[in-house]
Design a protein around this ligand. Sequence first.
Ligand SMILES: [Zn+2]
Ligand SMILES: [Zn+2]
Ligand SMILES: [Zn+2]
Length: 436
Amino acid sequence: MSTRSLIIRTDGACRGNPGPASIGVALYDATVPGSDRPDAAPIASISAAIGTTTNNVAEWRAMVAAIDFAAELGAREVRLLLDSKLVVEQLQGRWRVRDAKLAPLCDEAQRGLMRFATWSAQHVPRDQNSRADALANEALDRALRGGPAWIARRPEEPNLVAPRSHATSSAAENQATRITILGSGASRGVPRVGCRCGVCLSRDQRNQRLRSSVLVEWHDGAAERGVIIDPGMDLRQQALRHGIHRLDGALVTHIHVDHTGGIDELRAYTDAQDTVLPIGAGVATAEELRLRWEYAVDGRTAPGAGIPALQLISSDRQIQIAGRTFDAIPIVHGKRPAHGWRSGGFAYLTDVGSVPPASRELLEGLDLLIVSALRDLPHPTHQTVDEALAVIQAVAPRRALLTHLDHDLDFEDLAARLPAGVAPAFDGLVVEVPAR
Ligand SMILES: [Zn+2]
Ligand SMILES: [Zn+2]
Ligand SMILES: [Zn+2]
């Protein structure tokens, strides 16, 4: 039994509208043959009374609860089988939710779905949803008898469960590094403000790109660790979207504002954790960080005093954060010094103009290379898609993702023309890199 790939069925129930309401959620192991049949046995479920509300609110609350539960159980792929065509269309963003009570729940569900590598939603006939319907009705009957409001049944074998941030996953998975693409966009983001081009107007959420940034997470045997590479202008929004509640530090690739504009937001972490956070950069970048953020890095302000309390670490070779080593990879990006960062089997190279031969040698044997490709037209300081592909071919990582994508590049069009093993990144994509 596995929770990596789940089928989700949900239902909301209501006696009267509005009236006492409840939700039912059934999760199935999608790797088991026949698990999409209506009579299959769920591996986990929720049966919960949610107080007095409308039927529509109950439907959406069921969806949000199901998505959270699937994420908690470590799912990477989810397939929603829903008995409301309206909800399927709204979830996929094709139809708008106009009801003020429902719109935030739809937003929450859509945000939640971004935690999975892939998801889909499909309409199924109402009579195929009897299991979720029964779980919802059970909850109402139980609540009316004075029983417990919320019952969640989890899979029986806890060591097969790999939640985002708890130690119940297997030892091998604990060693893996988890990379979350927090943003995959160029310096203006996509859509650009005021632009009416096809990509900026696209409904494909993979074309909606916040400023480029990644979260690196691992388990060091004692605790979950997290380091953000490039605290950029969208950091606050990225932290909220992905539930990044704590951080061990930050690394900066270069001084440009799309990569450093969120440094002040780091006070959320230095406040909440009551700690000074390390922020690492190459030597020249660090000097410039010190000039611009002197008040945050001069060591004179304690955490919690209204500004971020940061400790600047600099090296053009290697930086340690939370016990993990990050190797600096010099790259050319206009006149400013810039570095990519490599740790174990992955490397993150953004805003690449070109990668010097000596740096290519530092990129051998990668499991995952994340590298920037701005557009197809040449640019003075950014490599094109073809130039990025040439770098990928030269250093031959097992897999590669293209990031820092501008509004010239449509996700699907780009994906269709990339060679095997290379894909465009998109916001919310999670990739695991095995330990070595
Ligand atoms: Zn940039
Ligand atoms: Zn545009
Ligand atoms: Zn730049």
